[in-house]
Write a protein that binds this ligand. Structure first.
Ligand SMILES: Nc1ncnc2c1ncn2[C@@H]1O[C@H](COP(=O)(O)OP(=O)(O)OP(=O)(O)O)[C@@H](O)[C@H]1O
Ligand SMILES: [Mg+2]
Length: 508
């Protein structure tokens, strides 16, 4: 692997400017066939930009790239794909309304696949997906499957089409532990076939589990390459941040819950979630744990009126409320920061500023516009409080790095100063430094009297801030943990009926 004479892919001096930012500053990287190479760095460090420059999605301002020793200069992702470089971007671009099979074969050479009958295509898709451990119906539209399944379809597609290099930008952000293992077995298979694989993630355990080497970016510069067998997680984090991360010992600070704020009574939606009842008090964080598909997001959406219940009701301070859409929820002081920032969250073309004030403005009514100075004050406050890295508040939000978009979305809902805040996967795609900031933020909001419901697949995180944890299984509440019973081991146990405590998802 790393001592082969010619790298599969080599980049020298790659530089990329954006207005107000040097996103990449003279970056070198070497990738060898048969290795998994992690690309690490804080939110906004330049990871996604680097891979876009390698694949021709962005034009680099300077630098050279060679593939198996030959200079290449792909001008588009289609061209890099034809050279054997396949990519799954952070923001997965599949077409949800097409079938799984159609997505899998989207954009393939018509000479190879154009003549395929629909039936053959579906059969071929089924076979391909089976190799990736997915037993789903390829004739169904992609929308019928979870984000995780869509992710695996995107990876299957890229892997099938790329012969030399496979680039994965945060492929595991929305996968649960078992799905991560499924994906890793696929990655190992592809590595053993001789592909060079770039793996971008914020989960440090995963980096050490699957990668051979890692390159770390900081502020657009390559600050070092390490063989992972020779370093510790701490070494890598220090390299990423340029300083040591203070060890935060999470003392569970349960606190005492205040008065009852929101109660759901046998709320349900056929085929989506079994009847559940739930009381949420002020100064309380109720954690929602469970595997993907266990009903976490559905529970959040029902409580926010984003999905209509077909049974049961919701009360605020003992009074039944109408909850037929999110507007009703917002008028009662509810807020929901959703899991999927791309489809339910950000408005890509709007500025960061407008994205941040969107929910507050909606709550106040569009006929009563917030003043310019108020808008700026709010946007600036949250940019600072959440350390959102941007060149300007005027830039379209789609130009922010993934993690910074996530923070801006959180800012949007915090700006409404809700009484009841629902967070669905609040730390997805967030780097190691910002991650502990967000945990502290949740604790602060709780201590200031807010009622929170937080759905997360990261158990350690739930253990840190939850006053109660509800474990969902098969779309039902399987158990509730309180006080000293809130431990990762107990959550895992409740989810899987295993007593074995597995390592958690530590982050980079
Ligand atoms: N098209 C663009 N126009 C302007 N600025 C951009 C553009 N794309 C990226 N940037 C900026 O370049 C910097 C690097 O962003 P990049 O998306 O590469 O970060 P990243 O390391 O992938 O972060 P994350 O972990 O949050 O995904 C950021 O400051 C970002 O705002
Ligand atoms: Mg990125």
């Amino acid at each position: 692997m790393p001592d082969q004479p010619t790298p599969m892919l080599q980049a020298r001096g790659v530089t990329k400017y954006f207005p107000g930012t040097i996103a990449l500053d003279d970056v070198d990287i070497d990738l060898f066939g048969g290795e998994v190479h992690a690309l690490l760095g804080e939110n906004g460090a330049g990871k996604s930009t680097l891979i876009k420059c390698l694949t021709g999605a962005y034009r680099r301002d300077e630098g050279t790239i060679t593939l198996e020793g030959e200079p290449v200069s792909p001008a588009s992702t289609a061209e890099s794909l034809s050279l054997g470089i396949g990519t799954v971007y952070q923001e997965v671009n599949l077409l949800p309304n097409l079938t799984v099979a159609e997505n899998l074969f989207l954009g393939r050479q018509p000479t190879r696949f154009g003549m395929l009958s629909r039936k053959k295509m579906v059969n071929l898709a089924r076979k391909t997906l089976a190799e990736f451990g997915l037993d789903i119906d390829p004739a169904e539209p992609l929308t019928s499957y979870s984000v995780a399944v869509r992710q695996v379809v995107a990876i299957a597609r890229a892997a099938e089409m790329s012969g030399k290099v496979l680039i994965l930008d945060e492929p595991t952000a929305s996968l649960d532990r078992e799905e991560v293992q499924l994906l890793f077995s696929v990655i190992r298979k592809l590595r053993d076939r001789g592909l060079a694989i770039i793996f971008i993630t914020h989960f440090l355990d995963q980096v050490f589990e699957i990668s051979d080497r890692a390159t770390v970016l900081r502020n657009g510069q390559n600050v070092g390459m390490r063989r992972l067998a020779e370093v510790t997680q701490k070494d890598i984090v220090t390299l990423m941040l340029g300083r040591q991360l203070e060890e935060r010992i999470h003392v569970r600070s349960g606190g005492t819950a205040g008065e009852l704020l929101v109660s759901a009574d046998t709320l349900s939606k056929r085929g989506m979630i079994e009847p559940f009842s739930l009381d949420i008090h002020k100064s309380e964080v109720v954690g929602l744990a469970g595997l993907l598909g266990s009903g976490r997001t559905e529970t959040a959406n029902l409580l926010f009126g984003a999905v209509q219940s077909d049974h049961g009701d919701v009360k605020v301070k003992g009074k039944k409320i109408r909850l037929s859409n999110p507007r009703d929820a917002i008028s009662h002081g509810f807020a929901l920061c959703p899991e999927d920032r791309k489809t339910e969250g950000i408005v890509g073309e709007l500025s960061v500023r407008d994205n941040i004030i969107l929910a507050l403005q909606a709550r106040q009514g569009w006929s009563r516009p917030l003043s310019r100075s108020k808008i700026n004050e709010i946007a600036e406050h949250y940019v600072e409080a959440l350390d959102i890295r941007l060149a300007s508040l005027d830039m379209p939000i789609r130009l922010l790095s993934g993690g910074n978009q996530q923070k801006a979305l959180l800012a949007r809902w915090l700006a409404t100063d809700p009484d009841f805040l629902i967070l669905d996967e609040p730390t997805r795609g967030i780097d190691v430094g910002a991650h502990s900031e967000i945990i502290s933020l949740i604790e602060d909001l709780r201590d200031k009297g807010m009622a929170l419901l937080v759905a997360s697949s990261e158990m350690e995180e739930l253990v840190a801030y939850s006053t109660r944890v509800i474990v969902l299984k098969d779309r039902e509440q399987a158990c509730e943990l309180t006080g000293d019973d809130i431990t990762t081991a107990n959550i895992v146990h409740a989810i899987t009926d295993e007593t074995l405590e597995r390592p958690s998802n530590a982050r980079t």
